[in-house]
Design a protein around this ligand. Structure first.
Ligand SMILES: [Zn+2]
Ligand SMILES: [Zn+2]
Ligand SMILES: [Zn+2]
Length: 137
């Protein structure tokens, strides 16, 4: 499968390609892991202000191009939601604060049936604990 480009992701949702969106999505694709608005701000340097990044992330999330991963210490983390990155659980390390993607060989079936007339559209599974790096000490 070819890697996604900012253009293919925007075109796939019929969103107008703008320079700003290309920059934000380019940085997101380049990161390849969960990120927050301020992580993006750091990697973009002076190219874009934080308010613009927030606005773009909100739009991309609403369009389903990125998804919310978890909210940690008042920071919302996101990741790319394209076909190369199906939904998976995340592990948050209580010591170093790193977020790990818990990807499986086979896509996990996270959508489950609930009793009654509830329709599940999204399941967010989070683990918390101590990561292998921090466990060594
Ligand atoms: Zn992709
Ligand atoms: Zn850790
Ligand atoms: Zn992930």
């Amino acid at each position: 499968m070819d890697k996604c480009t900012p253009e293919s992701l925007l075109e796939g949702r019929n969103i107008k390609i703008t320079r700003q969106r290309q920059i934000v999505l380019g940085a997101i694709i380049g990161t390849g892991k969960p990120f927050s608005a301020s992580d993006l701000h750091d990697s973009l340097g002076s190219e874009m202000d934080l308010a613009t990044i927030y606005r773009n992330l909100e739009m991309l999330c609403g369009e389903g191009i990125i998804r919310q991963v978890m909210n940690e210490k008042e920071r919302q983390y996101y990741e790319l939601a394209c076909k190369h990155n199906p939904e998976h659980p995340h592990f948050y390390c209580n010591i170093c604060g790193k977020i790990y993607c818990m990807k499986q060989d086979k896509p996990m079936r996270l959508k489950s049936r609930l009793p009654g007339d509830f329709t599940v559209e999204q399941t967010v599974l989070q683990y918390r604990g101590i990561c292998p790096d921090c466990g060594k000490e």
